[in-house]
Design a protein around this ligand. Structure first.
Ligand code: A3P
Length: 327
């Protein structure tokens, strides 16, 4: 089967990392493209190259905010929320005021750039000058804790991590991959995609190890890492948003401000903005709309068989046992 168009550039290796790739464990994911294991996690060649460049060149500053997420756990939401909390007009009373809101014109994927995809990417300079970006700088990465550069770990920069029920993550990822396939390619066979996910062989997987690393670190250093859960953000949005703003050093004063930020960054509003309905993210060529699907909790029930549920629950029990994390 042909490699989906969108994966072409991510799966093509630059000559500089071919020697490294040849030494790494490799698997062919879903019979379509190769994925490599580095420091315990799985990468597409372009992401691995980005990770290496970040490791060599990225210097975190003390007032940086780094959003970290496994793919499909709620990155887009945080890419909207955090700049709105940090840079948005405070005390804004007019919920319909769109004038000062960059989200009206710019998709969240471009409001906060992903280090390995959009900054240290194949197409860009491997050592870009980021020092001129006004602070507080906000970046995003999918990198596991193990592979973060020391400057992120050791500086005073803050990390906001988001996790999500792995069943919804898997279903979201599966739909995302399908979104970029044409009729001829058809859907990814869900059984194979699921098997890969359960074996941890997916971008930045294993999912459970990714989450567990950040969970443990957040318990050790709660002022450095805020660990959020997508489900709690949905069910207890106001309190979670207050917690996030407090962590970022920008606590809300009025309830109206909380409501305003929540509305500005809501799935319903963002999905229906022109930029997100019809725009294209220039680094990847992905449609902005592909980042806004359902935005709900529990959609996995529409795709999972009882066997799939049992298998993933079993992995979660095994991995999360004694950690304080559950599904
Ligand atoms: P679904 O596919 O379940 O709908 P990421 O941003 O990490 O790629 O995750 C994408 C998931 O977050 C998708 O989930 C998407 O619909 C959802 N999402 C995007 N924007 C959101 C928002 N503002 N609020 C809640 N969920 C959002």
């Amino acid at each position: 089967m042909a490699t989906p168009q969108i994966l072409m550039c991510l799966t093509t290796s630059a000559s500089s990392i071919i020697p490294l790739l040849s030494q790494l464990p490799k698997q062919t994911r879903i019979e379509e493209y190769d994925i490599y294991q580095w420091e315990g996690f799985w990468y597409l060649p372009a992401h691995l190259e980005g990770a290496l460049a970040i490791r060599s060149h990225f210097e975190a500053q003390d007032d940086d905010v780094i959003i970290i997420s496994p793919p499909k756990a709620g990155t887009t939401w945080l890419k909207a929320l955090i700049p709105t909390i940090l840079n948005g007009p405070r005390g804004c009373k007019n919920i319909d005021d769109q004038e000062d809101d960059p989200l009206v014109k710019i998709t969240p994927q471009l409001v906060v750039l992903t280090l390995e995809d959009q900054i240290f990417s194949v197409k860009n300079d491997r050592n870009p000058d980021l020092s001129t970006i006004p602070s507080p700088r906000i970046f995003h990465t999918h990198l596991p804790y193990t592979s973060l550069p020391n400057s992120i770990k050791n500086s005073k920069c803050k990390i906001v991590y988001i996790s999500r029920n792995p069943k919804d993550v898997f279903v979201s990822l599966w739909h995302f991959m399908n979104y970029h396939r044409d009729d001829k390619q058809g859907l990814f066979p869900i059984e194979k995609a699921f098997d890969s996910f359960c074996n941890g062989v997916h971008f930045f997987g294993p999912y459970f190890d990714h989450v567990l690393e950040y969970w443990k670190k957040s318990l050790d250093s709660p002022s450095k890492i805020l660990f959020l859960k997508y489900e709690e953000m949905k069910s207890d949005s106001k309190n979670e948003l207050r917690k996030l703003a407090l962590f970022l050093g920008r606590p809300f004063v009025e309830d109206e401000e909380v409501e305003n930020v929540l509305w500005k960054c809501s799935f319903e509003r963002l999905k229906n903005l022109e930029v997100n309905k019809n725009g294209i993210e220039p680094h990847s060529g992905l449609a902005n709309s592909s980042f806004f699907r359902l935005g709900t909790v529990g959609d996995w029930k529409n795709s999972f068989t009882p066997e799939m549920e049992e298998r993933i629950n079993g992995i979660a029990r095994l991995k999360f046992e004694g950690s304080g994390l559950d599904l």
